[in-house]
Design a protein around this ligand. Structure first.
Ligand code: FMN
Length: 172
């Protein structure tokens, strides 16, 4: 069974991005193992001095999970026309490492609009060396009207999410 590490970029309770991750985990439960990480709030603020040696334990754990996963999904909203700070913080903690190098990746931005965040995440992940294709990237705008719960997703959006997973599988 392949291991998929999912990073939720939202800082909100009742997150649509978390709901879609749970939908995918349930849909693919027969052949993929999902480890959904929704704790970006617990990571300390990036500190370049600490990357030289004394990296905080929780950062080391998350880096290990990324490194050991067969594939990673980033699922995030957009905050003030950009990448949410919690997600950007994790990516900064990873920049001086190789954990994302050649890592099969899907990028999902589910947001009110999301276009800027979508482009920024793709640019950052390209810079970090992750392996992804256009087909493994999905922008879901107007998310509140499309995802009510993990069991209630607008059918076309559900199909798009499943399609992204099929492309991610091809990258593994
Ligand atoms: C601090 C903050 C800033 C936001 N800024 C944007 C924005 O610039 N663009 C956008 O599409 N949505 C923005 N939103 C709305 C989010 O898209 C919306 O809350 C979405 O549901 C968040 O995803 P989540 O349900 O997974 O938390 C913002 C929300 C918050 C809390």
């Amino acid at each position: 069974m392949k291991n998929i590490f999912v990073i939720i970029g939202s800082a909100q309770q009742n997150s649509s991005n978390l709901k879609l991750a749970k939908f995918l985990a349930k849909h693919f439960s027969g052949d993929l193992h999902f480890d959904v990480f929704d704790e970006l709030r617990n990571l300390p603020h990036f500190d370049a001095v600490q990357t030289l040696g004394d990296t905080p334990g929780i950062v080391q754990q998350v880096r290990k999970k990324i490194e050991n996963a067969d594939a990673v999904i980033i699922s995030s909203p957009e905050y003030i026309f950009s990448i949410p700070a919690g997600l950007k913080n994790l990516l900064e903690w990873c920049v001086a490492t190789t954990v994302f190098s050649e890592k099969p990746l899907a990028i999902i931005v589910a947001s009110a609009d999301g276009r800027k965040s979508f482009e920024e995440i793709k640019l950052v992940m390209k810079t970090l060396g992750a392996s992804f294709t256009d087909e493994a990237c999905l922008l879901i705008n107007g998310v509140k009207g499309k995802i009510a719960s993990e069991d209630s997703i607008e059918p076309n959006t559900g199909q798009q999410l499943i399609g992204v997973m099929q492309h991610l599988r091809n990258l593994i």
